[in-house]
Write a protein that binds this ligand. Structure first.
Ligand code: KE4
Length: 427
């Protein structure tokens, strides 16, 4: 038994499933999870001392890699001043200004402690602003685990084949309308049926919780037009895509302007932080100015704000994104060629510093059903083989991979080389 396996047995005595977030349990890949001792740049070191090239990066936040010295130094200085005050600080204002500088669609931003909290608050704000109740989401998209969006959810909800959680009152889920990603006709049909009661569409503009699914040419502009036509708000959940698909998120990459944006992961630089923001007329509805209540003990926590600001300060750099995109594309091209050489039906794609791969010969991945039709057993074997070779991928066929500026050219070459060994075992 490895130390990780022993620790997992111990963890299950005191924590449900031995984990504090379901996807970490490695259930969908039928393995025991690694317990991590340290993160260093592009690498994870587990409690048994084995090093892995990490393409999960804490599920996206660590675009600069683990323990970036500028982030660590800034946080250490802040810690000497205290950890939390429950009062305004200059650092949260500085981070707010920095966030707004990347997203011109946002005139104000409110910090919270998780993407779930940010999505939940953005939806409440949209309902308060419009006076309407219903929202439209997309099958396979994940917006955290608040009741109103844990319907046909992606990520863990999809990984475990339990698209809708128990414990959600029927009357809550009835206000959540679900369409298929990339299906504008389905969205228009919902608007025609519920015209004056749809408060908002919430969408991952690039889906990252049913594996990577890109918006097809007119999808995002079509959502914008429908929201304008029917008086609903367009909410872009950019918890993954913010500073990931480009330094200006998916809204910058596709040039589509949402009314509200949700941000998370990278914004906290590895600490618990998230945010939601948008136009003044919408944000001014929020307490203490307006009637939509939202609050949080650790919202704007100075340590998390410090880590976020230290991170975002490094991201105001076009050449960094050129390098990230090039490295991600190099990885995807290398994996695709290795699979082809081994005769394995395999597709892979990248956008910015995120990537997805699929065991299928179908060249198009347009929505959740296309991903579910892929060979999930082959994914499991590939995941296990790569882990054995020291490559740490997301332990689910419904998640994506992430690149950091700490990944070297040699790391990419090594990853591709090791994939050749694993693909050969699959053929
Ligand atoms: P958190 O509450 O986990 O901080 O954020 C929820 C969330 C909201 N929106 C999007 C697009 C997200 O991807 C997430 C969280 N992502 C998952 C995995 N893709 C986090 C990993 C986990 O659940 O453990």
């Amino acid at each position: 038994m490895s130390l990780s396996q022993n620790l997992f047995t111990r963890a299950k005595q005191s924590i449900p499933g031995g984990v504090n977030s379901p996807v970490r349990a490695f259930l969908s890949v039928d393995l025991s999870p690694l317990f991590i001792q340290e993160g260093r740049g592009a690498y994870l070191i587990d409690v048994d001392g084995k090093q892995y090239i990490d393409y999960v990066l804490s599920w996206g936040p660590l675009i600069l890699g683990h323990a970036h010295p500028l982030v660590i130094d800034a946080v250490q200085e802040q810690l000497k001043l205290g950890t939390s005050f429950g009062a305004p600080t200059v650092i949260e204002v500085a981070l707010a200004e920095k966030v707004l500088s990347f997203f011109p669609s946002m005139q104000q931003v409110r910090f919270v402690s998780s993407g779930t909290e940010a999505c939940m608050s953005a939806i409440r704000l949209a309902r308060g602003f419009t006076g309407r109740n219903k929202i439209i989401k997309f099958a396979g998209c994940y917006h955290g685990h608040a009741d109103s969006v844990l319907v046909n959810a992606g990520s863990g909800g999809l990984t475990f084949g339990v698209p809708s959680s128990q414990g959600i009152p029927l009357q809550v889920s009835q206000d959540t309308l679900v369409a298929s990603f990339n299906d504008l006709n389905a969205v228009e049909h919902l608007f025609k049926r519920h015209a004056d009661d749809i408060a908002a569409i919430i969408v991952e503009p690039v889906a990252g919780n049913m594996n990577l699914v890109l918006p097809q040419d007119d999808f995002l502009t079509g959502l914008r037009k429908l929201c304008d036509e029917y008086g609903a708000l367009l909410i872009f959940d950019e918890v993954i895509t913010g500073w990931r698909v480009s330094q200006y998120g998916a809204q910058g990459y596709y040039q589509v302007r949402p009314d509200l944006t949700v941000l998370g992961k990278i914004i906290g630089g590895g600490f618990p932080a998230a945010a939601f923001g948008g136009r003044d007329d919408i944000m001014n509805k929020l307490a203490p100015l307006g009637p939509v209540y939202q609050a949080g003990t650790l919202s704007g926590n100075p340590v998390a704000m410090t880590a976020g600001l230290a991170t975002l300060t490094q991201l105001d750099n076009a050449s960094l994104y050129d390098d990230l995109s090039a490295r991600t594309q190099q990885l995807v091209n290398g994996l695709s060629q290795a699979a082809k050489d081994a005769g394995i039906p395999f597709q892979a794609q990248a956008i910015g510093a995120m990537f997805g791969f699929y065991f299928t010969s179908s060249p198009t991945i347009r929505h959740e059903d296309d991903v579910k039709a892929c060979d999930l057993n082959r994914f499991k074997k590939f995941f296990a083989g790569m882990l054995k070779e020291g490559i740490y991928l997301a332990p689910s066929a419904f998640e994506v991979g992430f690149m950091s500026s700490a990944h070297s050219e040699q790391d990419i070459i090594d990853t591709i080389q090791k994939s050749k060994i694993v693909f050969a075992e699959l053929s």
